[in-house]
Design a protein around this ligand. Sequence first.
Ligand code: FAD
Length: 398
Amino acid sequence: MIDLALSPDQQMLVETVRDYLARELAPTIAENDRNHYYDPQTFARLAEIGVTGVAIPERYGGSGMDYISLGLVSEELEYVDTSLRTIVSVHVGLCSFGIYIWGTEEQKERLLRPLASGEKFGAFGLTEPGAGSDVANIQTTARRDGDCYVLNGEKTWVSYADQADTFLIFAKTDPEARHRGISAFVVSRADATGLDTAPIKEKAGIWAGSTGSIFLNDCRVPAENRLGEEGEGFAIAMSSLENGRYTVAGGACGTIRASLDLSTAYARQREAFGQEIGRFQLVQQMIANMYARYEANRLLCLKAGWLKNIGEPSGRAVSLAKWQACNAAFESANDAVEIYGAYGYSDEYPVFRYLRNARAPVIYEGTREIHTMMQGEYALGYRGERPARCTLPAYEQS
Ligand SMILES: Cc1cc2nc3c(=O)[nH]c(=O)nc-3n(C[C@H](O)[C@H](O)[C@H](O)COP(=O)(O)OP(=O)(O)OC[C@H]3O[C@@H](n4cnc5c(N)ncnc54)[C@H](O)[C@@H]3O)c2cc1C
């Protein structure tokens, strides 16, 4: 039997998060965005309502919700602003889930618990100035030295680099090898010497959030903070990216819904040629497309979340949802700007912010082109799902 209704717990979570965001964070977002300002209280406020540990089991300090809940929370956050959803993507999807899947029990206790409880803010450092899509070409190195690794290199375009306490960093323990030479390390800002961060100022959107670079200069990381074995870093990166993507797809549904809500309200209020612009069939077409995109992409996200809940590999479903939902969010925000006419091209209404913000998710966590190729390869049988050890454990109801 297929049940598309949200459970009472999921429904309650959505309502709680929606109310809290509307009251506590939404009122200042436009101004923060205008000022390119990330409010450092934001993370703690999300921790207050359990969002920083959503879908992490309670035994590791999380709030023990299922993976569909994570997608729904991502949608609510991005409905308000992409910068808020990005926190969950990097903190939960990319960093915490990496430790949850690949960490030993000791690492989960020591490294995952403070992330899930919201005591520490996690980020994900994979991209480098010379390597984005081509992950196997990263140049950061990790040399073993006694009971430490010594990391050297630069990571860039790291969301919340300046705010995070804990970084999941990828470096080559075998610089001659490509994929198989990569290892993963959990690096704590407080404990690491030789780690610096700096913001990227010239960003085209998501101004209420921050993005930056990480500089690693003889940065010493205890060997006990290596995640998985040497050489498993590529598999860890790909499994983390899949989980981050899932939240990006859920978030994109939030942008589509926000674009739809504002567009319908404006189309019923603005008049031209003696009638509401909503009466014009070409405006109706844009609104109908937004609605269709919302319904279709939300179903793709629900399917991906359901696969995660039952512990099945979801790489193909997540890639499809991320690819389609991000394109649809950008198109919907663009249509919303069109419906608002010249006002859409101003800062008076949020729709141009939606458009600016919606561009980056098409690029990050696998570009549009990378996902197109992945989907082609899945369909042709050239690509299969990753092994079970790369997959999140099935949801355990507590
Ligand atoms: C706002 C923002 C936040 C980000 N946050 C993070 C983060 O938290 N952590 C992190 O590690 N990274 C982050 N990134 C980086 C992001 O993941 C990369 O930008 C992305 O993977 C693309 O890499 P690139 O920019 O190097 O582009 P490139 O890989 O150089 O790609 C350039 C172009 O070439 C195309 N291309 C590349 N390879 C192929 C191919 N094989 N076939 C067809 N076309 C191809 C791409 O699709 C693209 O159009 C962020 C980026 C942005 C914009």
